[in-house]
Design a protein around this ligand. Sequence first.
Ligand code: PLP
Length: 414
Amino acid sequence: MTHKDLLAVAKEYDSPVYVYDAAVIQSQYKRLKNAFNKVENLRINYAVKALSNIAILQLLQEQGAGLDTVSAQEVRLGLAAGVPAEHIIFTPNGVSLSEIEQVAKLGVQINIDNLSILEQFGTRHPKTPVCVRINPHVMAGGNANISVGHIDSKFGISIHQIPLLLRIVENTGMHINGIHMHTGSDILDIDVFLHAAEILFDTASHFENLEFLDFGSGFKVPYNEGDIETNIEELGDKLATRFNAFEKDYGKPLTLAFEPGKFLVSAAGRFLVSVNVVKQTTSTVFAQVDSGFNHLIRPMLYGSQHHIHNISNPEGRERFYSVVGYICETDTFASNRRIAEITEGDILAFENAGAYCFSMASNYNSRYRPAEVLFIDGKAQLIRERETFEDLLKHQIPLQGKKMEKKTASTENA
Ligand SMILES: *Cc1c(COP(=O)(O)O)cnc(C)c1O
């Protein structure tokens, strides 16, 4: 997508608006698939929580992807998008037995990550095949908030509990058809990942009727120049070789599964905002935009860095700005960034806004969640309308004895 395409989207659909480039999603999918082309049976299940618009799910399904889901609602979104139940895996954490039963009834592959629910589910539904999520206790990446394989993590069944896991399987007569791990969000070191894979192979050798091994995700994408990016091709080459050898030893065909979110959609997304105010203080020049952490919370939540371009004045002289929002709270998107000179009314584009951006948006400050646009085959297609005032009021109930005023002043472009 060119700056011109982006400006045209901002003009037609107003700001703030999310824009996704279909070609980037498609090429990331193909790249991952090619990296593992030595594997006979490969399954890529897109992690819906990264970006859950049904048009995106449909686009990925067209490529051949299945879905990785973490709630009954994500499962229903997948089904609504037309993805068949047998191409969906449910990998929740800490959800109730009844939610798991509800999803299992739809024919979706269940993945259980604790022994308590495993025992209860296996006792009640011994015939339903279940995958188990193990925790290999390998620290992937450095951030404990997004690294979920370490010893204190709430995710997965500890590998030290495998004997108890095996006893539950034996006692209930349940059928384990997959082993899963998801070590965290950043694979910085391929050898660390391969070490965790060995633990998964080791665990898998305890089970006789497996159909798939799921290695989760953790493919790191670069946000800034100089950032480490997981070398997918090297990982694919090494893991495929090891997987094929394991499959031979195992003696039955196995599917290798992955569930990437960020890798598939992060770089495809841009978030366009408009500058309301340029404000000079004694120490800083602020560019205040028509957004905040209600629309994009990653910088405040994770300290993530999103490149920001002034697409209204790309050739302008660069100056230093702190880009902040319009929320009544500290909502700093970027401090002291070099950006082409900003004038009020300019459109800024945040890069890497495909994953965990819109899907984490809220209505804080009673603002609308933005529109979403998919750029596909050279055209911009609206895939979600901006919310309206009616959406804010939709589920609210007035105080008893009072009514809702029908005529509410229109502030539609607020
Ligand atoms: C969030 C999540 C993913 C996707 O992680 P990314 O870093 O976006 O690739 C995959 N699997 C599970 C179980 C998850 O919770």
